[in-house]
Design a protein around this ligand. Structure first.
Ligand code: CTP
Ligand code: ZN
Length: 153
């Protein structure tokens, strides 16, 4: 990319989530539990042209790396995303996301009567089958936006 096309600066250390489906950057931030109050340096680019995706979002988070379960949930809303780990301005690791078979923790079940909503010491557990994200305990499928079912830590 030439300099006049570069929309936000490179970062020194942290994570760049690139090739996010256009319009989903804020959902990525909510998966990561980032709302700005934690004071991390965050850059968001939305709906910029992409050869592969038509349009894409990019999220850059300084001084933060992602857990595997966070990457798993990101893969469900942004299957083409690449996760770039940056150290001293260099991309030291680049990974495509993989759709997980299960998502443990992080998502909450929409069924109010589900055991995972009963204040029992039971972690949420969802099974991913094709496009369905289904509660392993009560079989309820999350039909609306996954981002609306992210469990605040
Ligand atoms: N990046 C950054 N800060 C750095 C290094 C890279 O913000 N110090 C960003 C780049 O702007 C890009 C992403 O991290 O959005 C990946 O960087 P790089 O691998 O250099 O870019 P590409 O080769 O275009 O990546 P890809 O092949 O995955 O499209
Ligand atoms: Zn359930």
């Amino acid at each position: 990319m030439s300099d006049h096309e570069l929309r936000v600066s490179k970062i020194r250390n942290g994570t760049v989530i690139d090739h996010v489906s256009g319009g989903h950057a804020l959902n990525v931030l909510s998966i990561l539990g980032i709302d700005g109050s934690e004071g991390l340096g965050v850059s968001v680019v939305m709906n910029v042209p992409s050869d592969r995706l038509g349009r894409k979002d990019v999220v850059k988070v300084e001084d933060r790396e992602l857990s595997q379960s966070e990457v798993d949930v990101i893969s469900l809303i942004a299957p083409e995303a690449t996760i770039n780990i940056i150290r001293e301005f260099e991309v030291v690791q680049k990974n495509r996301v993989d759709r997980p078979e299960t998502v443990v923790g992080l998502l909450s079940c929409p069924n109010r009567n589900c055991i995972t909503n009963e204040n029992e010491p039971v972690e949420t557990n969802f099974t991913v089958v094709d496009d369905d994200v289904r509660c392993t305990y009560c079989s309820t499928i999350i039909r609306d936006s996954l981002a609306d079912h992210i469990d605040p830590e």
